[in-house]
Write a protein that binds this ligand. Structure first.
Ligand code: AHG
Ligand code: MN
Ligand code: MN
Length: 330
């Protein structure tokens, strides 16, 4: 039997070779899934290049509103277009759903060979664009099942994701990916134009004492949330909040602790979107040994009713999330 490859940060492994190695482990794989992932990696490189020019290119600098009634930056639309252009010709792709589109785009029916849905937040944290902090792209891939309603093949629970990940455009461009066998981190080497594996098999450290949420909303959090916050403050936790989910979750993945967006007076269902933000991030966090919950159950078990659905989000290491959930359920 062929020995599985040993991924270490010492070997030079690009995301392309990593994806191909992964595909070889699945003898029946068509290769199309690998094509989807490589299209996403390509989109990440193109978006990273645009973001570096955001202060230099005047067309990238005007605002508007998206389907959620939120300020929409030109870069939101540019990132959206780039992803659609990179993925559009992948023949197994049935449906593309974006935070920036009113409805998901049906590209190919099952009969025409559409096997996968890709859902994405093209530019997460775009309000921070131009402020010198990290912004990102989040993606989620689902395989269509025969039994599912052909009208909405993407409305599946998050546990069924076949891959999820994000690209963080920060001091370096980082791609974090899971295909359901651990979490792997790649960094874009600008000298060669390739994402290179830097942290294989990432595990979230347990017992981190950092909480990450918008504390300005604390007066409208439920009493359990406020008790938990006071407990954290009394016991030496620190607070870190960038306001870009990708950057805040990335720190949580590397250092442990808890990231959360609870229900608030303004966003009674929570602010973050299940299919573009909560599900892919919960998939990564669980794959890294952490826990993702809404306060009322695992994020990954929610049966979606709508592509733009919002949910309360708690993501973090086991110890921190357990403690928060215990306080919420008291
Ligand atoms: P997006 O830029 O895709 O609309 O997402 C913004 C989200 C997320 O990145 C972040 O965690 C959250 O909004 C911050 O919200 P507040 O400003 O309300 O804290
Ligand atoms: Mn977002
Ligand atoms: Mn966005």
């Amino acid at each position: 039997m062929e020995r599985p490859p040993k991924y270490t940060a010492d070997n030079l492994t690009t995301i392309q070779s990593f994806i191909l190695q992964e595909a070889r482990r699945h003898p029946n794989a068509s290769g199309e899934f690998s094509w989807l992932l490589s299209a996403i990696a390509l989109a990440g490189k193109v978006i990273a290049a645009k973001i570096r020019r955001v202060h230099l290119d005047p067309v990238l600098d005007i605002g508007g509103d998206n389907v959620h009634g939120e300020q929409q930056k030109p870069m939101d639309l540019v990132a959206n277009e780039i992803i659609i252009r990179c993925l559009g010709d992948r023949t197994d792709l049935g449906l593309l759903g974006s935070e920036e589109e009113t409805e998901p785009v049906q590209l190919r029916s099952a009969e025409e060979g559409g096997k996968y849905s890709v859902l994405f937040d093209p530019l997460d944290g775009s309000a921070n664009l131009g402020l010198g902090v990290g912004v990102g792209t989040i993606f989620s891939i689902l395989r269509h099942e025969q039994a599912l309603d052909a009208e909405a093949p993407h409305l599946q629970i998050g546990r069924k994701q076949v891959a999820a990940g994000y690209i963080l455009y920060g001091p370096s461009t980082v791609l974090v990916l899971s295909t359901g066998r651990g979490v792997h981190m790649f960094s874009l080497d600008p000298a060669v134009g390739a994402f290179v594996l830097v942290r294989p098999d990432l595990m979230i450290p347990s017992g981190g004492k950092t909480y990450s949420l918008n504390e300005a909303n604390a007066d409208s959090f439920g009493p359990g949330w406020r008790d938990w916050l006071s407990g954290c403050r009394r016991t030496g936790w620190r607070s870190r909040y960038i306001g870009s989910m990708v950057a805040d979750v990335h720190r949580t993945l590397l250092e442990g602790g808890v990231f959360a967006y609870p229900p608030t007076a303004r966003h009674t269902e929570g602010k973050l979107r299940l299919m573009y933000e909560a599900n892919p991030m919960a998939f990564l966090i669980e794959q890294a040994g952490g826990r993702g919950d809404t306060g009322e159950g695992p994020i990954l078990d929610i049966k979606p009713t709508h592509v733009h659905q919002r949910v309360p989000v708690i993501l973090g290491d086991q110890v921190g999330v357990d403690q928060l959930l215990k306080t919420l359920r008291r």
